[in-house]
Design a protein around this ligand. Structure first.
Ligand code: PLP
Length: 532
């Protein structure tokens, strides 16, 4: 028996914390079933080529360092003179990884106009990592390559890579924190300002504004299945209110896993035309999991800060690889110039310790400076080996040019298979539209109760138990951990299943355990009804 009072206490915690409590229950589940944690979004696949290329490039870097000093474990620095010849001589024609490392250089020279010698030097020094990142925001050739990658996977047909600046950071998590801090520090967002969020949404996007005393205006993206999980026009009208300063969205959404359609993007473009000062932050971590994805950044480049993370697609959550991208022509730099004089003076004084011309410092450079409290700007920036890993992963995609990327297709197939196993076993209809990333599924337990039995049972379930009760029992009795949806801003009774982190067949097991637990509740219900 799980006490109601305990359940009520638990419901006050964040979704990720509740999930942690449930893990403990489920590991020693009463039926001694195999413990199945579909709560977290960490993928259980990796990209192998990027990693092997990293290892091989490290070997080259060490060989190069030994050219200037070689005394046991003690080696010297990289001398870039004629490094391109040595790079080619070092790599074998017959080896797949070596061929990839050669292709990287050819592709960059041919398609991105990069200098081979300069690129190889950057890759070699970067992987060795014996210098602070310079420029601190992003290594030069690296920036071109990350830009080409973002354009290829996220921008649809828009050509923005040459006018976009990037700041590689420690994953999407750091991106969110740095952006928020810099918006606040620069007076672009102030306490009490209203921020629109498409709900349900990744919990930090709800929690951070709440903790910073912003006033959340919740814009419902996923509120109803009936509007195909798109933002209805009526919700867009809220954005016309000038007291709403910013709009945060995750696209494709987490937990809903749907991307915005072309029509919805067009609506947003029209809104922004009427709200040229609107600040948009789009988190496109799941962009590669839908077909023909188009980011909000490609539709509203002046107003949008783009967040991307390599974590999910390439299975690099432990590496911490994410990026912030902002257009050179943007509304943030303009808004900074319009802050009240007192604030402007303060900011000039803050940034004058790191630049001679503080009023001209761009917002993205300010994000970078703020990430190290300005004072440590000279040692800011993501570690160079991490930046090189981003280059290598980006290149696994770019070198394919117009061929289909079998790695990305393979990742989509994995989550699609798991989604199918889950939904078909539950007897629920599948959404196979291009918009569905299938990385997560949101299940409405009350709806499922009604569909499997009847409305009266669903109402009884809703009235007799705390929302968390079903999930707790699923953990305690059946060893299945899912995440509750309320913390994400979803309607009560919805649960999130991650299709990222279990074996394909486990999703059939999860569906069956959900159905059997529902049956147990139904037996209780039938008995109560009979006893009356
Ligand atoms: C998983 C996830 C991220 C990625 O975060 P990292 O810090 O890069 O691991 C970012 N945003 C959303 C919405 C996510 O679900």
């Amino acid at each position: 028996m799980i006490k109601k009072s305990y359940e009520r206490e638990l419901e006050k915690l964040g979704a990720f914390e509740i999930s942690f409590d449930m893990l403990k229950l489920s590991e020693k589940n009463e039926k001694h079933l195999k413990f199945l944690n579909a709560g977290r979004g960490n993928p259980n696949w990796i990209n192998s080529l990027g990693r092997l290329a990293f290892a091989r490039l490290m070997e080259f870097g060490v060989a190069e360092s030994k050219r200037t000093l070689d005394k046991g474990d003690l080696a010297g620095y990289v001398d870039s003179k004629e490094i391109a010849e040595r790079y080619n001589a070092f790599l074998n024609h017959g080896d797949e990884v070596d061929v990839f490392l050669k292709k990287i250089v050819e592709y960059s020279a041919e398609h991105l106009g990069l200098d081979k010698e300069a690129l190889i030097t950057e890759l070699t020094n970067g992987i060795i990592g014996n210098n602070y990142p310079v420029p601190s925001r992003c290594l030069e050739n690296t920036e071109h390559i990350i830009n080409a990658f973002l354009q290829s996977i996220l921008y649809g047909k828009a050509d923005l890579r040459k006018e976009t600046k990037v700041f590689p950071v420690e994953g999407g998590t750091a991106a969110i924190v740095y952006i928020f801090d810099a918006l606040k520090h620069n007076g672009l967002l102030n306490e009490g300002d209203r921020i629109a969020i498409n709900t349900p949404v990744f919990t930090p996007y709800i929690q951070i504004p709440r903790l910073s005393n912003f006033d959340l205006a919740e814009i419902n993206l996923l509120a109803t299945e009936e509007n195909d999980w798109q933002i209805p026009d009526s919700e867009f009208e809220k954005l016309l209110d000038p007291s709403i300063k910013a709009f945060f969205l995750v696209n494709p959404s987490n937990p809903g896993s749907r991307s915005l359609t072309d029509e919805t993007l067009e609506q947003l473009r029209k809104v922004v035309k009427k709200r040229p000062d609107l600040i948009i932050i789009t988190d496109d971590v799941y962009g590669t999991f839908v077909n023909n994805f188009r980011t909000v950044y490609s539709v509203c480049p002046r107003n949008t800060i783009l967040v991307y993370s390599y974590s999910k697609l390439y299975g690099v959550t432990g590496w911490r690889l994410g990026v912030i991208a902002i257009n050179e022509d943007n509304v943030f730099d303009e808004l900074i110039k319009k802050v009240p004089d007192k604030k402007k003076k303060e900011l000039e004084s803050d940034y004058s310790i790191v630049t001679l011309n503080p009023s001209e410092m761009s917002f993205i450079d300010r994000i970078c400076a703020d990430s190290r409290s300005i004072g440590l700007y000279h040692t800011a920036g993501l570690s160079t080996p991490q930046q090189i890993m981003m280059v290598l992963l980006s290149m696994t995609h770019l070198v394919l040019e117009n061929e289909k990327d079998q790695y990305i297709e393979g990742c989509k197939e994995i989550v699609a298979m798991r989604y199918h196993n889950l939904m078909s076993t539950l007897g629920l209809p599948e959404d196979n539209s291009d918009c569905n990333a299938k990385y997560y599924s949101l299940l409405d337990i009350y709806q499922l109760a009604e569909k499997s039995y009847d409305k009266d049972f669903a109402t009884w379930l809703r009235n007799h138990f705390e929302e968390i009760d079903f999930l707790l029992h699923l953990a305690k009795e059946d060893g299945v951990v899912l995440m509750e949806g309320v913390g994400f801003g979803a309607t009560p009774g919805t649960v999130r299943v991650s299709e990222a982190n279990l074996a394909d067949n486990d999703y059939k097991k999860i569906a069956n355990r959900i159905l059997s637990l529902l049956k147990e509740y139904h037996e209780k219900y039938a008995k109560e009804k009979k006893d009356k």
